[in-house]
Design a protein around this ligand. Structure first.
Ligand SMILES: Cc1cc2nc3c(=O)[nH]c(=O)nc-3n(C[C@H](O)[C@H](O)[C@H](O)COP(=O)(O)OP(=O)(O)OC[C@H]3O[C@@H](n4cnc5c(N)ncnc54)[C@H](O)[C@@H]3O)c2cc1C
Length: 339
């Protein structure tokens, strides 16, 4: 599609933005047609899945590629393991539901995360104690540098906390075509996360099934997070800061109320939500952008907000947290386009 194309419905923050060109990919072969026509090597271009982890400025120059490929296949592996392969354009939660419906466990803690399968490796999606990296076997991607198809196993993806090579040094180089996950026919419940444990207790589930865990996750998420269909948002707007243990301990001496969580390799994770809350931002507004009352990590579009308003609010929060706690908050969504 050429000519300015409205992307308001293609991002969950509901920001007004337009793309110079838009290409909707429904079949893998279309990617190769675009490549042959030279359209994918012309930069700038942007890939979008569900638009649930982006802040779109008003103009996206070049081509926006909207991934809408579908398809799920699976094969049985050794010792009750199932390898499930899903196309990039599959909605993530549909994949979770499909696997639960088959009686497989592994994705239940990641239920109800918006967006597409192809974007999941970008920031190594995670929730309630499980990350994509815990389940990913491999992914297949198109390398825009030379037009080759590359297969990455988990170790080659450079996964970290809300991070991967595809978001870092290889940003915008690969289009993820499909991912393969290792799931299990045997339950392997991960229910250590306090909110999840409490919810399961309230549901009266002593030894919960994967379906019950997903149900508990969905209940907690619905309570805490705004539904983007009714209230524009991009989920957590900031990553939880991860500090060296010594620095975190000094901070905790000055601010004993802060919760710290071991995150391995001599690092400690702080709660960004707690830092923002302590600075008094819950429910505050900047123009038509606001901070979600029930979860201050989430910035919302109160109706007609611009990217500038959202980013201005984010800057004010970052500034406040930095001056009070000396901690830098990193913005989680990708900021795309120009004013
Ligand atoms: C209410 C809400 C709750 C959320 N909860 C969580 C949560 O619990 N945990 C979590 O980790 N995230 C969460 N998110 C963030 C978001 O849902 C995830 O990051 C999701 O994976 C983004 O998918 P998407 O298809 O919408 O990506 P988009 O927003 O479309 O794109 C995000 C980035 O990925 C790139 N990209 C997209 N598809 C591809 C592809 N096929 N190949 C290459 N690059 C691609 C884009 O260029 C962009 O840089 C939440 C968001 C919302 C709105």
């Amino acid at each position: 599609m050429t000519g300015a194309v409205d992307l308001s419905v293609c991002n969950t923050l509901g920001l007004h933005a337009s793309a110079e060109h838009l290409v909707v990919i429904e079949k893998e072969s279309q990617l190769f047609d675009l490549l042959a026509a030279g359209d994918l090597t012309k930069r700038p271009f942007q890939v979008l899945g569900g638009g649930s982890n982006v802040v779109l400025r008003p103009h996206l120059p070049g081509t926006v590629v909207l991934m809408r490929t579908r398809g799920i296949r699976w094969e049985r592996g050794a010792r009750g393991f199932i390898n499930v392969t899903a196309a990039a354009g599959e909605p993530w939660h549909d994949l979770v539901r499909y696997t639960l419906g088959q009686g497989w466990s592994g994705l239940e803690n990641l239920a109800l995360i918006p967006g597409s399968v192809g974007a999941a490796p970008m920031q190594n999606i995670g929730a309630y104690g499980v990350e994509l990296a815990d389940r990913l076997v491999s992914l297949r991607a198109l390398d825009l540098d030379d037009g080759s198809i590359r297969v990455f196993d988990r170790d080659a993806c450079g996964f970290g906390y809300r991070d991967s090579r595809f978001r870092a040094h290889d940003a915008d180089r690969f289009i993820v075509i499909e991912i393969t996950l290792g799931l299990s026919e045997k339950p392997r419940p991960m229910v250590g996360y306090p909110d999840l444990r409490d919810e399961l207790q309230m549901m009266g589930c002593g030894e919960p099934s994967a379906v019950q865990i997903a149900e508990a996750v969905i209940r907690v998420r619905r309570r805490k997070l705004p539904d983007p269909r009714f209230q524009g948002n991009a989920g957590s707007f900031f990553k939880n800061p991860v500090l060296p243990t010594a620095q975190a301990e000094q901070l905790s001496q000055r601010h004993p109320h802060l919760s710290l969580r071991e995150s391995g390799h001599g690092m400690v994770k702080l709660s960004a939500a707690q830092l923002i809350d302590r600075c008094g931002w819950k429910g505050k507004q900047n123009g038509r952008a606001g901070v979600w009352q029930r979860q201050p990590l989430v910035l919302i579009n109160l109706g007609g907000a611009t990217a500038a308003e959202v980013l201005h609010l984010a800057d004010a929060i970052r500034h406040d947290v930095a001056s009070r706690y000396g901690v830098d908050l990193e913005i989680e969504p990708r900021i795309l386009g120009q004013d």
